[in-house]
Design a protein around this ligand. Structure first.
Ligand code: HEM
Length: 358
């Protein structure tokens, strides 16, 4: 579906005599938002008929921008009351609007709910029907909490996942040899007469290695979620007092020459035949965190990214825009809630798959 829109837009641009290059980020962000919307709320939020969908998309997008901006008041707390960059004001406005919209979705679901109705359940149904077993949680989940959980899924799930696909594509375009290997693997396993499917993914070890290498080199959440020490701690010769905020720099760990050979080169091959994985057990690769607070969306992200990446590469041959060459592709990073490419990837798709999913 998203490869179809890429092809349609590129073809329409070409027919108008305009550039056929597409901004990949746009398609990835909308695809991710739609997937999360469908899983959480069974809604095509970006469908033209969806009244609040686009407004919600924008409100969540702005919320992540405000959340990712370095706040001067964190370093100079006496300025807190002034809100010198207007971050709190903007955050309250956009987050407030996003909450209002989700609240509307939740109310609508409760009003339309028919007991014992037989239909596939989405995440919202599951949250509404949940009842604690009396051990960890006694009762039903209050509606205010349901709204926050749903919102967290959109905020935590959309940007991080679309970002990693964009980085992977950028790295593969910089390394034509690696791109060639992904294509060869896809040709062998899937061919060009049908679309790649989820079931194919386990037969694509090089593609899986590309994902691991991209997560090592460009972890979308570079400092994980901040921790606080609950008591005085001595760790590797350092004394960390109680109540200290601790950040885990997975970006630096991924580039540490003590952990990785030739860490500044993008080499998916390093993971072929290696048992190192990102599931929280190998501490040199923890882009999803580790332990109790490990990313709850890790397996979902893995499925979406691998299938999304495989579809992009199977459906199209990608070319850089005129004047851009692999060696000088801009790979600078933009600081935010997720570390994105500073300059979005504009690339030209040339269709290679015979039939395209609609
Ligand atoms: C490549 C994609 C993703 C990356 C790299 C990523 C990374 C992370 C990281 C590093 C954390 C914090 C873990 C820690 O501090 O130990 C986190 C938390 C979280 N992630 Fe993800 N994530 C991704 C995709 C997703 C998706 C698709 C969803 C859901 C739709 C999701 C939902 C969450 C939630 C709800 C939390 C908070 C968990 C908590 O509060 O304990 N993430 N993620």
């Amino acid at each position: 579906m998203f490869t179809r829109s890429i092809e349609d837009d590129a073809t329409a641009g070409g027919a108008r005599g305009e550039s056929v290059a597409v901004n990949l980020r746009h398609y990835l962000s909308t695809m991710l938002f739609n997937i999360v919307g469908n899983l959480m709320l069974s809604r095509d939020l970006l469908h033209s008929q969806s009244k609040e969908g686009y407004e919600f998309f924008q409100a969540i997008g702005k919320t992540t921008v405000w959340a990712g901006k370095p706040n001067v008041a964190d370093f100079l707390p006496f300025l807190k009351w002034l809100d010198p960059q207007g971050l709190k004001k903007n955050m309250l406005k956009d987050l407030g609007r996003a909450i209002e919209i989700i609240e509307g979705f939740v109310k609508e679901r409760i009003e339309k709910h028919k007991p014992n109705e037989k239909k596939a359940k989405d995440f919202l149904d599951t949250l509404l029907e949940f009842e604690g077993d009396g051990k960890d949680w006694q009762e039903k989940i209050p509606h205010e909490k349901i709204i926050i959980i749903i919102m967290e899924m959109f905020i935590a799930g959309s940007d991080s996942t679309s970002t990693i696909v964009e980085w992977a594509m950028a790295e593969l375009l910089r390394k034509p040899e690696a791109m060639r290997k992904v294509k060869e693997e896809l040709n062998e396993v899937v061919g060009v007469n049908r679309n790649v499917e989820e079931i194919d993914i386990e037969k694509l070890p090089y593609l899986q290695a590309v994902l691991k290498e991209t997560l090592r080199f460009h972890p979308p959440v570079p400092l994980l979620v901040p921790r606080n020490t609950i008591h005085d701690t001595d760790f590797m010769g350092y004394h960390i007092p109680k109540d200290t905020q601790v950040l885990v720099n997975v970006w630096a760990i991924g580039r540490d020459p003590d952990s990785w050979k030739d860490p500044l080169s993008f080499k998916p091959e390093r993971f072929l035949g290696s048992s190192i994985d990102y599931k929280g057990q190998n501490f040199e690769l923890i882009p999803f965190g580790s332990g109790r607070r490990i990313c709850v969306g890790m397996l979902l992200a893995q499925r979406i990214v691998l299938l999304g990446l495989a579809s992009l590469i199977q459906c199209f041959d990608w070319e850089l825009v005129k004047g851009s060459i692999p060696e000088t592709l801009d790979m600078r990073e933009n600081i935010g809630m997720s570390v994105r490419k500073l300059v979005p990837l504009n690339v030209i798709p040339k269709r290679r798959l015979r039939t395209m999913a609609t």
